[in-house]
Design a protein around this ligand. Structure first.
Ligand SMILES: [Zn+2]
Length: 225
């Protein structure tokens, strides 16, 4: 059902393209490590004001405190993926440990929230991560643009890095954990929209580019074929 809705949304987007100087380009904004209280809330309001949908990779231990924000993320039409419960590195976990990380996080998501994406902390993957993700019907989503926003509080620096790195089909990694990241993300939306970009969730972008997301497989970008 969720894939069907995504298909309908994608067809709707394609039927009314906005043309920039070089034609329409598409990217997916992704936000890791939340929900995080005021930063996530401010980001959600900024994205709503710009009519942009993003993908949020959420941590279980944060959902314990901010479950209401997960409902808000979903209510506003964004996509939710799993980022583990503890944010511990996954490749050295046993299958059982890893399955628990994912199922414990799933259990904290709003009722009826279907999830088919996961992103291991730090992007660290391996055979166990692929196998358990596959068994749980989750595709692994890496990224193709990383401005290392977590390492600075300089909004302009993050924005400069983002603008110099981003191209059509990119998956952009950010964290809704600081004001500088939220400010840079919203400024990026304004800049890229002016350049003819549109913003899709990861699943929408994959569908637009005719890439079928397979459980247990990894994806980092969806450039034009
Ligand atoms: Zn993370």
């Amino acid at each position: 059902m969720r894939r069907f809705i995504a298909l309908i949304l994608t067809v709707a987007l394609l039927s009314c393209p906005v043309r920039g100087a070089g034609g329409t380009k598409y990217v997916a904004l992704t936000f890791d490590d939340g929900p995080s209280g005021k930063y996530t809330q401010r980001l959600l309001e900024g994205l709503q004001a710009r009519n942009v949908r993003a993908t949020f990779f959420l941590c279980g231990y944060r959902l314990e405190d901010y479950g209401e924000l997960a409902r808000e993320i979903r209510r506003r039409g964004h996509e939710i993926g799993l980022h583990g419960y503890s944010h511990d590195s996954m490749p050295n976990m046993s299958e059982e440990q890893l399955r628990r990380e994912l199922t414990d996080t799933l259990a904290l998501l709003p009722e009826g929230c279907l999830v088919n994406l996961m992103r291991p902390p730090g992007g660290a993957t391996g055979q166990v991560v692929s196998r358990v993700s596959g068994q749980m019907n989750l595709s692994i989503i890496d990224w193709s643009v990383d401005p290392k926003d977590w390492a600075t509080r300089d909004r302009d620096l993050i924005l400069d890095r983002l603008l110099s790195m981003t191209g059509d089909g990119d998956v952009i990694l950010l964290h809704d954990m600081t004001d500088s990241s939220v400010d840079a993300a919203l400024a990026l939306v304004d800049e890229l929209k002016a350049q003819g970009y549109r913003f899709l969730t990861v699943s929408q972008l994959a569908m637009l580019r005719l890439r079928q997301l397979k459980p247990g497989a990894s994806y980092s970008a969806f450039p034009p074929q």
